[in-house]
Design a protein around this ligand. Sequence first.
Ligand code: SAH
Length: 466
Amino acid sequence: MKKNQTVEVTIEDIGINGEGIGKYDGYPLFIKDAIVGDRIEALITKASKNYGYARLSRIITPSPDRVEARCRQARTCGGCQLQELSYDRQLFFKEKKVRDSLRRIGGFDEAVLDRVFEPIMGMDDPWNYRNKAQVPVGYDRSGKLVAGFFAGRTHQIIPMEGCVINMPGSDAVINKVLNYMQANRITAYDETSGKGTVRHILLRYGFFSGQWMVCLVINDPSGEKLRNSDQLIESLREIPGMTSISFSPNTRNTNVIMGETYKTIWGEPCIHDTIGDLEYEISPLSFYQVNPKQTKVLYETALAYAGLTGNETVWDLYCGIGTISLFLARNAARVYGVEVVPQAIEDAKRNAALNRIENTEFICGRAEEVLPARFAETGERADVIVVDPPRKGCDEVLLETITRMAPDRVVYVSCDSATLARDLKYLAANGYRLEKVRPCDQFSHTAHVEVVVMLSRTEGESGTSL
Ligand code: SAH
């Protein structure tokens, strides 16, 4: 197989990043934008010994599951990888992705998976669901100031209009920022030279509260380069629900989007939103689930899996702004939340107060350091431990401490099925039985999938193994 060779293949499978997989003479090719069931003509772009990459050049016979993308820029943008696959099949693919990881990486067999798997929770209306957008600012080929997305792996920014997964109304907010920049000759940041001012526009929208937040990420420690910022404020205030306008300095040459601090220049430092009947404050730097409708479903599942009666001691590790902790607190004796971002811990404390919840304690630090230290100090066990780590999953030191604290149940909320499977394998080998697995579609049209899992302890305190 050679680069630049054109081949005809039938797409038989879907890769973990949503790409189509087809075999030509037994040689697997990964092909972006190709859908299972398509017969296509593809141009090989990279050929290594055992597999290659190809570009979809022509669809010969479309798959019965192929649908027209709602967004004209779906292929160039790359933010959505599955828009051309029917939503039902997307959900099927996500279930399969989780199952495959648990089987291949976790070592769970089909009989176990059949016993524990619950159907994926999909969305009724999987469009314009995101409450957060981080939009890069730059120049197009003609030198015009634009905000949008990077085309492929280039530094070229393509303007984004009518994004079908972002919150409704985002274009109007972005345009106001661009108009202000233009009128005041404020430059966009250039990654290569490290020059220029505005890097990203962060937008957040509370679907229930109707509140907007705008935070400009700037290559300027003081914010003085945002000349005449009162013009920006005046213009943004015309947006109904505008609540918080701030900037976050980020002068580092890094692909981390946000800076480490932020300064409010108008309105409130936070916006409010509700999940179920709990209210949350969200600041520019804190993590907050991006799909509010599905977050409610996800948390309700986590709560049901925790099986609380009101007497339990619960740890919520990687707690962010305390969203899950507060959901659990009303049904537990005490909830401890652990999170590494100090601002998020501050938000968590305020959120507890806001909801008049008094049985929580929030601790700032790494879960893999806080929990072992605390356990060494108090020797206190837990009834339920919830973890919701970032993609890299849990540190083994943490998993080991969890097994020593011997909670009756572990609830694992995951955004990466591969690291989830690795961690479940550890827990299953150390006294825990996989009881329930339920994927939840938090990221419709993308290849990402969220999963909630429950494990129960098999070894009683008397040492009996069930
Ligand atoms: N449970 C929360 C947040 C989940 S996202 C929610 O549902 O909103 C994962 C969180 O883990 C982020 O807030 C991140 O800042 C935090 N985090 C990352 N590494 C960590 C670590 N080693 N220890 C504790 N928290 C960590």
